[in-house]
Design a binder for this molecule. Structure first.
Ligand SMILES: [Zn+2]
Length: 343
């Protein structure tokens, strides 16, 4: 629509469509307006779904609303809006055939059933904004140290198909872009969603420059697990202390042996005790301790980290959205600590 909030895309046009120029004036003008922890959000993260659909689509708007109303963030100073991921960038991870089918509404009924969504132009648009958001968060983190999206974590998407509410693998698309553009060379993906990051593990199974770490419920979806570089399969009912001990030991080891120069963090809240699809028993305070640990462990070593909210399921959209904001609250604390140390 002309005359409204038209903004120039960060994706340069014409011959160089698959590049984002981090030295361009447009990029710096955009970033210069951001003060404090960068938050990546777009109203286009949400699309219409049939009534009573199992996916809690409305949570993405509620997350940003709570962050603003609880004064965790200042909307005018901290929020950056992503562009939709272009086809050419999605195709660095996904097959051309699949991207063409998904972008243009040509997936079959069976393929759609496996994703949990009936295809619509709105769905494709939402997924492209969400993937663009994770990519933007990664690029901003390179320059600011940290960034958090209010969506993302679509880790069940494989190179040639969607699955389990995931259509494009935003974590893989962002990681591959950083590698291709030589913006990072050793990327760690920390996936603490209660479900295994099977799509991400499969996409990077032969890539030594990406370390996939998934800590998940052994008995939960996906029932056929892929092999991550490190999988920790937890038994049902695991509580805060055990979860945090296992996490601390393993993350510490990975960071010191793999020595990542970039981290993507999927902070799914479905390990929570009240989650409809989770089977673990983690409390609000357990999630907060988890996010504080991951973000400070990475940040104190000077490694940039981009976070996404991952999965979370509840009949109460308000409770769920509040739960997702634990990530942004934890990141804000770490951000303030980190920036004070740098003064
Ligand atoms: Zn999940």
């Amino acid at each position: 629509m002309f005359g409204t909030k038209w903004k120039r895309s960060i994706f340069s046009s014409a011959s160089n469509f698959n590049k984002i120029d981090l030295k361009s004036k447009e990029w710096h003008t955009r970033l210069d307006k951001i003060h404090g922890l960068p938050i990546i959000h777009h109203h286009g993260y949400v699309c219409d779904l049939p009534t009573n659909h199992r996916f809690p689509m409305k949570k993405f708007h509620k997350v940003i609303d709570y962050l603003v109303s609880d004064r965790v963030i200042d909307r005018n100073k901290q929020v950056l809006e992503p562009d939709q991921v272009p086809m050419s960038i999605a195709e660095n991870v996904h097959s051309h055939e699949y991207v063409d089918k998904f972008f243009n509404g040509k997936t079959t009924e069976n393929e759609q059933r496996a994703t949990g969504f009936v295809w619509s132009p709105g769905l494709a648009s939402r997924v492209r904004y969400e993937t663009g958001g994770t990519l933007l968060g990664a690029l901003v983190s390179l320059q600011r140290g940290m960034a958090c999206s209010t969506a993302g974590g679509t880790h069940h998407a494989f190179a040639d198909r969607g699955a389990g509410f995931c259509l494009l693998n935003d974590l893989a698309v962002a990681a591959q872009y950083l590698l291709d553009e030589k913006l990072a060379s050793r990327i760690l993906i920390v996936d603490l969603d209660v479900h295994q990051g099977d799509g991400t593990a499969n996409i990077f199974k032969n890539n030594k420059n990406v370390f996939t770490f998934s800590m998940h419920s052994r008995t939960n979806f996906p029932f056929r697990k892929e092999q991550s570089d490190l999988d920790i399969a937890l038994e049902d009912g695991v509580e805060d202390d055990e979860f945090l001990n296992v996490l601390q030991d393993n993350l510490h080891d990975i960071v010191s042996t793999f020595r990542p120069d970039f981290v993507l963090y999927d902070a799914g809240v479905d390990p929570h005790k009240d989650d409809l699809l989770g089977k673990l028993n983690i409390s609000d305070s357990g999630l907060m301790k988890r996010d504080l640990f991951v973000l400070s462990e990475i940040t104190k070593k000077g490694i940039p980290v981009a976070s996404v909210i991952g999965g979370g399921y509840s009949d109460s959209i308000d409770e769920l959205a509040k739960r997702h904001t634990i990530l942004h609250r934890a990141a804000t604390k770490v951000w303030m600590q980190f920036n004070r140390l740098c003064l």
